[in-house]
Design a protein around this ligand. Structure first.
Ligand code: GLV
Ligand code: MN
Ligand code: MN
Length: 446
């Protein structure tokens, strides 16, 4: 069956889109940002890394209003991905899925990931306000550890969901404090189950990894400058560029900084700096501004001002839409690596192209709702990346102020967030339709 064979009525989708409430969306986003809020010199950042106490509290806070509303169930799977299920008329049908992640960078902004989850929940509120029941269930997913800053690689939850055989390798990954992902995952599952039992929530008993999903549409902020520069409201994403992460270890021998003559020095820091310089020069001078190369982490041991370094570990994040450009970075890493050095590949994701029919439905939504829009490539990776290899997938972007993200200044005008949410609502209503009336729920009574 074709994905678009059984879509719901466009006029009803229009109504759902217009039931999106800007103030309600903003209130949920502000409430979410309070979990892990950090006052910074520039404004308010958010420190809510994957499976931290702040993230667990935020998960409970987000699902709680729905857990007590008729027609909803809450679930968590073995990768600690959380789902809010809005039942459909035909509960055996696979769900239409939306969502994103609510973990942040060590100090991130308030919208990266959070917007996609809040937008999905706002669509639930809009459907409830209209008293509409969709034919298919709709799931809002909160994927575990999208960022990859606490446990590397990123996208662990969505990768494990779509390729369950990958979960075992993630379980042993440790964070900077030595805590393994498995322990953090178990604590997260116990936390949500405990809350559900205590409060008598309706629970999704059956949440295996890789369960069938009809299609996945994720809303996210662009995190780049394109939409704002062109004065557009929505980006219809057609592809996500490839990304490779490397961890490079350079070894030397520690010795006295003042007494060791040049000929006797084996300085890990000097060797690592030369290698990093070669990589950054390549990015600056290769003449291809689509190449993005970042050295984001740098650790030096023993880290003493007057001791030559015996070990440097640094990371390289390389991105480009074409594999050949990433192969060239890999070749340079291999040739510039000092003797005795080591390269580990932490993540290797080729460019992913989204489902053409879904991407055109996203454009149709923008046209129907008179939202200015364009097609675009995503520079950042997203949970939609693994989902795209699993079920028909698409993404919608809202503009980012000054293109800033992974920074406390990350922001988007609330009207733009609402516009993108309306496009999402239109798509979800059509994909999960046809729609039928039921008794209206009043979201405001929660
Ligand atoms: C996601 O956070 C990315 O780094 O693209
Ligand atoms: Mn994100
Ligand atoms: Mn991010």
């Amino acid at each position: 069956m074709n994905l678009l064979d059984e879509v719901g009525d466009a006029a009803v989708a229009h109504k759902v889109a217009h039931a999106v409430d800007t103030a309600r969306l903003e209130a949920r986003l502000r409430g979410l940002a309070a979990h892990g809020a950090v006052a910074t010199g520039t404004g308010g950042g958010v420190a809510r890394q994957a499976l931290s106490a702040h993230e667990l509290a935020a998960r409970r806070w987000l699902v709680q209003p729905f857990a007590q509303r008729p027609g909803y169930r809450i679930g968590i799977d073995t990768a600690a991905n959380v789902f809010v299920r809005r039942d459909g008329q035909e509960s055996k049908l696979s769900p239409v899925m939306t969502g994103s992640h609510i973990d942040t960078q060590p100090l991130g902004g308030w919208l990266d990931g959070a917007f996609g989850v809040a937008a999905g929940l706002e669509v639930f509120d809009a459907l409830d306000r209209l008293g509409l029941r969709t034919r298919r269930p709709i799931d809002v997913a909160m994927w575990t550890n999208e960022e990859g800053s606490r446990f590397a690689p990123g996208l662990m939850g969505s990768v494990a969901f779509t390729s369950p055989q990958r979960l075992d390798a993630f379980l042993g990954v440790r964070d900077g404090e030595g805590l393994c992902f498995e322990a953090a995952r178990d604590a997260a599952v116990d936390d949500l189950r405990g809350e559900a039992q205590r409060l008598g929530w309706a629970w999704m008993d059956d949440t295996p990894l890789a369960r069938p999903v009809h299609c996945y549409v994720e809303a996210h902020i662009e995190q780049g400058p394109v939409l704002e520069a062109e004065g557009l409201q929505v980006g219809c994403v057609t592809a996500i560029q490839g990304v490779r992460w490397f961890r490079i270890t350079v070894a030397g021998r520690s010795a006295h900084a003042g007494t060791t003559p040049p000929a006797s020095r084996d300085d890990a820091q000097a060797k690592a700096v030369r290698m990093a310089h070669a990589l950054l020069e390549h990015a600056a001078l290769c003449g291809d501004d689509r190449l993005r190369l970042t050295i984001g982490r740098w650790e030096c041991s023993p880290g003493s001002i007057n001791t030559i370094a015996d070990r440097v570990v640094f990371t390289v994040d390389a991105r480009h839409p074409e594999a050949a450009a990433l192969d060239a970075v890999r070749l340079l890493i291999d040739t510039a690596l000092p003797a005795g050095g080591q390269v580990e590949v932490l993540q290797d994701k080729p460019t992913v192209r989204f489902d053409a029919a879904l991407a055109s439905l996203a454009r149709e939504a923008c046209i129907a709702l008179q939202l200015s829009h364009r097609e675009m490539l995503s520079g950042a990776f997203h949970d939609a990346m693994p989902l795209a290899g699993f079920c028909p997938t698409a993404m919608l972007f809202a503009p980012s102020r000054a293109g800033v993200s992974h920074h406390p200044d990350e922001d988007t005008p609330i009207d733009d967030l609402a516009a993108c949410t309306r496009a999402l609502a239109w798509c979800l209503a059509r994909l999960a339709g046809p729609l039928v009336s039921s008794t209206p729920n009043e979201p405001s009574k929660d």
